[in-house]
Design a protein around this ligand. Sequence first.
Ligand SMILES: [Zn+2]
Ligand SMILES: [Zn+2]
Length: 288
Amino acid sequence: MNPVDFSRLRDPSPTPASELCDCGGSALMLMTMGGFARNPIFCLICEGEVEPTHLGLTQLEVDAVANWRTAYGAVDALELDSRAYEVWAQSELTRVDSPINQEAFELVRILERRRPTYFNFWQGDEVYERCPVGGEPLTAVDGNPGRTVCQRHRIVVLGSRPLRDDLRTRARPVVPHNATDGPRIVACCVRCIVVNDGYLYEERITFWQTNDMDVAQRRALRDAREYADNIGGVALAFTQCYGMDELPDEDAIEVFSLIRQSDLPPHEYIDRYFSTGTEFTQRDNWDA
Ligand SMILES: [Zn+2]
Ligand SMILES: [Zn+2]
């Protein structure tokens, strides 16, 4: 019997050791990284590339992985290209029954003969609160707080939690005390903080047509991250939500913005100006 040929899953130059899984994590994550990954098998925990020879794949299985990577990666790359095919590609990537997604689910079943496997479902800038296939609640990944999974459909997506380690520990949505005790909430305004040029702190307050403060804060943080990406800044993992009891008539209008220069590092800045301990707020436990 011929040895298994893994060449279709290999880059011309070998993957640097620093990008290989080094955690011994057992679960796998299938993704094509915008079409750039020759080997689409990654570790769910450390997100390093998993050496395919370690999985004991047969030649048929290696070919199935490589065939899917070629097709899905091509569509993934077209989406990134942001030109004529972008809308079509987004539709193929988000449609559960598109051939590239159906083949991904089939590939998950194949890889699960070796290890637990999840398919990194495309999400663009969407934040999925529930499984995009069946609507199930998503569960956190032990050891990788940036990701959530649907156990039933074997899907993994980026969670809505903040990702930067140094900020994650301070993430805490703060809700004005009177907002939940007062009149019925019909909409929310959320304050976020974006840091640009080192220590230039910009506050953004956006308006959201939802009466769910948690939803409002997640959407606002996503919006702040998009804004931060555009200006080369970073959105701090911090939100303050105000529940409104009457409505203007447009969604997602920015209702407040202020830039303040400061030498303080992020944690101290938040403590100094936003969370001094004397605010009339309730806290919940994103960090718990
Ligand atoms: Zn790993
Ligand atoms: Zn599901």
